[in-house]
Design a protein around this ligand. Structure first.
Ligand SMILES: CC(=O)SCCNC(=O)CCNC(=O)[C@H](O)C(C)(C)COP(=O)(O)OP(=O)(O)OC[C@H]1O[C@@H](n2cnc3c(N)ncnc32)[C@H](O)[C@@H]1OP(=O)(O)O
Ligand SMILES: N[C@@H](CCO)C(=O)O
Length: 350
């Protein structure tokens, strides 16, 4: 992440639950140039284990004429609060102790992530956001931006809903239990040399099942055995994916970010879903993935019913929830016309 920058704020950040994080840092990457009015920003919000390198994990959406066009826009992708890719999180040094926060890093919410991003946008004097886009946890942030900030002029929400439903919370909970049960977890105060690797790997394996689909695994693996072993290929694949995450992610961050996703409920402490979502008047493109087992399309239909100026498009894919990181051609074909269309509501359950 050669292009990554960061800003540290002197003013402490107070979480929704009233905990104070002194001198929070926000890391981000950007592409393109802000225009003189500072109105051509496009905000890309990343998912659970994502980072500021949107040009890598959303690569197919970048380019002239595509939704992320750095010749026309100032594209910015901040790392979320609680993550481990530059923004303050559990692996960061706690200025009060000089040691990593670990489990002293407080529980945060999607709203906290967005409120800290607002500070970044204020600092950069960004007056308007042409589009805010995100899938999964990124979509939750994008939706929250539309609720609490006047700057977004359009939004693209992919593979999420108005709340984190019990099905998704249950899957998150199971993953956290895997981490808690690792002998090195130590209530989250693990040593740098002995992180809870097996627990985090198991959490990722559980997650990888929820991110994909029966058809995807059937097509990729069938019942084939891995090389000369007596293990199925899918077992080897999940083991590989689990241990790959261990090399790039922090276990307490994983716990705090999944808890933040569980907090996602746009109606919480607000008047009603009808009011909160009905008040959003900007054009919103809601994209559902037809094979998404984690956030099924009914959740996106519901969003479209509640968002006044919204339209629905289906992403047709065997890949399940993670299709938003794979099916770039379809995403471009959906988002490009949206960005030039007249904003009228077309509910189209294709
Ligand atoms: C929005 C965000 O912020 S997300 C940020 C980035 N997130 C990630 O990258 C998440 C992790 N990555 C992924 O989930 C996937 O790579 C995706 C979704 C990005 C792309 O999916 P696909 O192209 O379908 O990749 P797939 O799920 O098949 O995995 C391929 C990997 O599994 C490995 N693999 C495949 N079969 C097997 C097997 N039988 N045994 C062991 N390993 C295997 C491949 O070698 C490959 O490894 P590599 O990634 O190190 O090159
Ligand atoms: N595969 C994505 C999560 C999808 O919600 C990630 O690792 O961030």
């Amino acid at each position: 992440m050669t292009n990554q920058q960061s800003i540290t704020f002197d003013e402490p950040f107070v979480t929704e639950k009233g905990k104070t994080i002194p001198r929070p840092t926000v890391a981000y990457q950007s592409w393109g140039t802000l225009n003189s009015d500072r109105t051509n920003a496009v905000l890309v919000c990343h998912a659970l284990t994502g980072n500021t390198a949107a040009n890598e994990w959303f690569s197919g959406l970048f380019g002239p004429g595509n939704p992320l066009d750095s010749e026309e826009q100032f594209i910015i992708c901040p790392n979320v609060l609680g993550s481990c890719y530059g923004t303050t999180g559990p692996a960061s040094t706690n200025p009060n102790t000089g040691k990593p926060y670990r489990a002293d890093f407080p529980e945060i919410t999607i709203r906290d992530m967005v409120r800290l991003q607002q500070r970044l946008f204020d600092e950069l004097q960004i007056n308007s956001i042409e589009m805010v886009i995100g899938g999964s946890m990124g979509g939750m942030q994008a939706l929250e931006w539309c609720i609490i900030d006047e700057r977004p002029q359009s939004a693209v929400l992919i593979g999420m809903g108005k709340v984190h439903r019990p099905w998704a919370i249950g899957i998150s909970h199971t993953q956290r239990q895997a981490i808690y049960n690792d002998p090195h977890w130590n209530d989250g105060y693990y040593s740098k040399d002995q992180p809870p690797k097996e627990g985090l790997a198991l959490a990722r394996m559980i997650a990888m099942i929820s991110y994909r689909s029966d058809a995807d695994y059937q097509h990729k693996f069938g019942r084939t055995l891995q090389d000369d072993t007596n293990h199925f290929e899918v077992e080897s694949y999940l083991g590989y994916q689990g241990h790959k995450l261990v090399n790039r992610f922090d276990a307490v961050s994983y716990v705090r970010l999944t808890q933040a996703m569980d907090s996602h409920d746009v109606g919480y402490n607000r008047e009603s879903y009808e009011k909160v979502l009905g008040d959003i008047q900007i054009p919103v493109m809601v994209i559902g993935i037809d094979s998404d087992n984690l956030y099924p399309v009914e959740e996106q239909y519901e969003l479209v019913r509640l968002l006044d100026n919204s339209r629905y498009r289906r992403l047709k894919s065997p890949h399940g929830h993670d299709a938003f990181l794979i099916e770039f051609e379809q995403l471009n074909n959906i988002i490009n016309p949206f960005l030039i269309e007249t904003p009228t509501q077309t509910v189209n359950y294709l």
